[in-house]
Structure formats: C-alpha cells, structure tokens
Design a protein. Structure first.
Length: 290
C-alpha cells in the first residue's frame, strides 16, 4: 500500500518526464500572466508591467505598445476622435495573397491598417495625432498610411493646429511596390505645407523607426523626440558595414547615438512624455497646460 502511494506521488512530481539527477524542472508560465524583459531577463507580473507603462522597472526597457495603448496614455480621456477609420488599401500591383494577409491582420489586430490618426487634446491643448502600430505588417508604409498621414497634416494646416506623429515602422511596404515609395514624397509635401504655415510638428520616434519612414516624414519634425534606446535608421547595420567596409559603433542607430550626433533633440522616458508634449506645444503658442 505504501509503495503504491509513493509511486503516485513520484509520478506527480516527475510529471512522467525522465530527468537527470539534480536537474531543475522547467515551469511554463502563461504569457498573459507574466512578462519577461528581453533585455535584462527579469520577470514581472503582467499587471505590474502594464502599470509601469510597459517599461521595465529594472533596466528601463521600453516595450512596444499598440496604437490604442499609446493614445490612451498620451491624450486626455475621451478626447480622441479618429479620422478615416474605415480606409483600407487595395492591391495595386496584384501581389500574391496580399489581400488575404491584410484580412487576417484586420481580424487579429482590430486595425484597418498600420496607422491611426485623429484629433485630441493633451492636458487640455488641442492637437492632431498620428500613431503607427507595428502589429500590422511591422507598420510598413503603404498607400493607406501615406494617405491618412497626409490628410492628418492637411487637417492640421487647415485648422492651424500642431501635429504629433509617433513613428514605428520597418519602412516602405514592398507589397505595394512603387506606390509605397511615392508616399515618401507625398507625406513630405504635406509636412512642408504645414511648416510653411508656421505650425508645430513633433516627431516621437519609437522602436523601431527605419527605412522609408525615417527617410521621409519621421525626420522632418520641428522637434524630434525619441524613447530611450530605440532603433532608428535607414538601412540595416550589415548593409552599411558591407558598403563602407568598416565596423560601426556598438550603439550605432540607437536613440542615444542619434542624440549625441544631433539627429534627435531629446530622449524622453514614457512616463514623462505626455507632460513634455504638452509643455512643448504651449511653448510654441498652444493653450495652457492643465
């Protein structure tokens, strides 16, 4: 009887998996319950991590967040009104399975494309805001991203409002060929008209901001802000090193490297970003900060 009881306990302990002596049994933790920082490997309860704005309390790693999460922590509650929420892209070069891929992403993410634009207030100050979302084809810039962003700038120019753009992208969307590359000139033209009207444009670079987005509207802000340690660049490290036949610095294309070399104006941690944006808008003729 005792032998039977011992065998049951032993079976439950070992979980029917043969293990070496003194080995440690691996425990699988549900992703929705815990978060493991990819930089310092520290584990937190997901609730604790979300309360910190999805910033690692140990190493200050700024995790990627969705466009809706970004809007929620940036603008005043219930002040956001979306523009062009139903706009979707076609398949201009008949790229195989492009429409099916987009339909899957729309169902999975709840997005129509890789950017959300609209009007809102930040601490009572009205502005136009655009936020890119990496969950949708790595926030690549296709015809819809370019069109929605251009319309946002045109609305800001017409209403004489500042605009804030949160960039996060893998670059131009190859599935739309030359149409995606055209968005670089299109958005840059809209930025220029907004600038000629004497209005404020703030870029907030988040992880990652690369490719054609960096080469166009992301780099044209009157004030360029970056979150800590984000990746910002045009071509990849290996491509550049292969071209110039030199080894690049370890921190190349990081926000800190760009700040040191004058490409970024300031690095702002996520918990301080909302208030920083409000003060910058006020300094450039916006309303009073509440």
């Amino acid at each position: 009887m005792l032998e039977d009881l011992f065998s049951v306990v032993k079976k439950r302990f070992n979980d029917d998996e043969p293990r070496e002596a003194n080995s440690v049994k691996k425990v699988t933790v549900p992703e929705e319950l815990m978060f493991k920082c990819p930089r310092c490997r520290t584990v937190y309860f997901m609730e604790e991590f979300e309360k910190s704005g999805k910033v690692c309390p140990n190493c200050n790693y700024h995790s990627r967040i969705s466009a809706s999460e970004r809007i929620a922590i940036t603008v005043d509650k219930n002040s956001f009104k979306e523009f062009d929420g139903e706009m979707i892209s076609k398949n201009p070069i008949n790229f195989p399975s492009y429409e099916e891929k987009q339909e899957e992403l729309r169902e999975k993410t709840g997005l129509r494309d890789a950017i959300i634009t609209g009007e809102a207030t930040i601490r009572g100050i009205p502005c136009i805001i655009a936020v890119m979302d990496t969950r949708y084809m790595m926030a690549s810039m296709g015809s819809v991203v370019g069109e929605k962003l251009t319309r946002a700038f045109e609305t800001a120019t017409e209403r004489k409002l500042p605009i804030i753009v949160f960039t996060a992208s893998g670059g131009a969307r190859m599935q739309e060929g030359a149409v995606s590359l055209m968005q670089m000139a299109k958005t840059s033209g809209a930025v220029a008209r907004h600038s000629d009207a004497g209005l404020l444009y703030i870029t907030v670079m988040t992880d990652p901001t690369t490719g054609g987005v960096t080469a166009s509207f992301a780099s044209l802000g009157d004030i360029i802000i970056a979150e800590p340690k984000v990746l910002v660049g045009f071509a990849g490290r290996r491509v550049i090193e292969g071209t110039i036949k030199q080894r690049l610095p370890d921190d190349f294309q990081s926000a800190e490297f760009l700040l040191q070399h004058g490409f970024v104006d300031m690095i702002v941690e996520r918990p301080r970003l909302r208030r920083t944006l409000a003060h910058l808008i006020k300094l450039h003729g916006g309303g009073a900060v509440k």
